[in-house]
Write a protein that binds this ligand. Structure first.
Ligand SMILES: O=C(O)CCC(=O)C(=O)O
Length: 247
């Protein structure tokens, strides 16, 4: 299966955008080393302030899909968020930028065919929908790429223009066990021809509207683990941020 790669997307038109080389190599390599340390702790079952997200229903030894709240377990990640390194390049310095608390480390092991994330809008996971809808034009999520991301290593797949189509109903089941193939977007009233996969290098940023429908495929061809750190930001405004709910 080939999914087209869109090279110059725009946040307003396509619902996502890419900033290449936004974060320097030294910072990327520090954060990658930290991500390996946090994952090793989680895999070893060590007590950690970081929250481990496993595939639902698989118990305490089930496959790990992500780590949340990584700033609680890593001064490096805490500093990167405090310095806003993954969002500052996106807006002029005088424009206020607020972190909304989202901070998840996702990785996919090479050869793990089940490591897909199903189609979703990030708004589905916010506790306070009214807050989110009000801010969605200026509320985006952003992945800092720590290891190469391509259709071969399990790209994020985005449905171009899906942030503009109005309500998209969530369907049953966790996104960690639902399908992520382009044809599956038909179930949400979307067109598989609008699905694009990104090809990104360490230090790149991929930003998407919280209304953009997206998913990700498995890392079939490694050799790396396809690691990324996802954070959420609102441009402007100062109102309190409601809790994130993962379902
Ligand atoms: O790592 C992935 O592919 C999943 C990322 C994602 O879908 C998200 O953060 O909303």
């Amino acid at each position: 299966m080939t999914i087209p790669v869109l090279e110059t997307p725009s946040l307003a038109r396509d619902g996502f955008c890419i900033f290449r080389g936004a974060v320097d190599a030294e910072t990327v390599s520090e954060l990658l080393a930290e991500s390996h340390r946090l994952r090793a702790d989680a895999l070893a079952g060590n007590a950690t302030p970081v929250e481990v997200l496993r595939v639902p229903g698989t118990g305490p030894d089930g496959p790990i899909r992500a780590l949340r709240n990584v700033t609680r377990g890593s001064a490096h990640f805490a500093k990167a968020v405090a310095d806003q390194i993954m969002a500052r390049p996106l807006v002029p310095p005088e424009v206020p930028l607020h972190w909304v608390g989202v901070q998840s480390l996702f990785w996919k092991r090479p050869g793990d065919e089940s490591a897909t994330i199903g189609w979703h809008r990030d708004t589905w996971f916010r506790a306070d929908q009214a807050w989110v809808v009000e801010r969605s034009p200026t509320y985006f999520h952003c992945a800092l790429i720590l290891e190469p991301m391509s259709p071969e290593t399990g790209s994020i797949r985005l449905v171009r223009g899906s942030h503009l189509v109005g309500p998209v109903e969530r369907q049953g089941g966790s996104v960690m066990v639902t399908a992520a193939e382009p044809d599956d977007v038909r179930a949400y009233g979307l067109d598989p021809a609008a699905v694009v996969a990104v090809r990104l290098a360490p230090g790149d940023l991929l930003c998407w509207s919280v209304e953009t429908v997206h998913a990700s495929g498995p890392n079939l061809h490694g050799p790396g683990e396809r690691t990324q750190f996802v954070t959420g930001w609102v441009v402007g405004g100062t109102s309190p941020v409601p809790d994130l709910v993962i379902a």
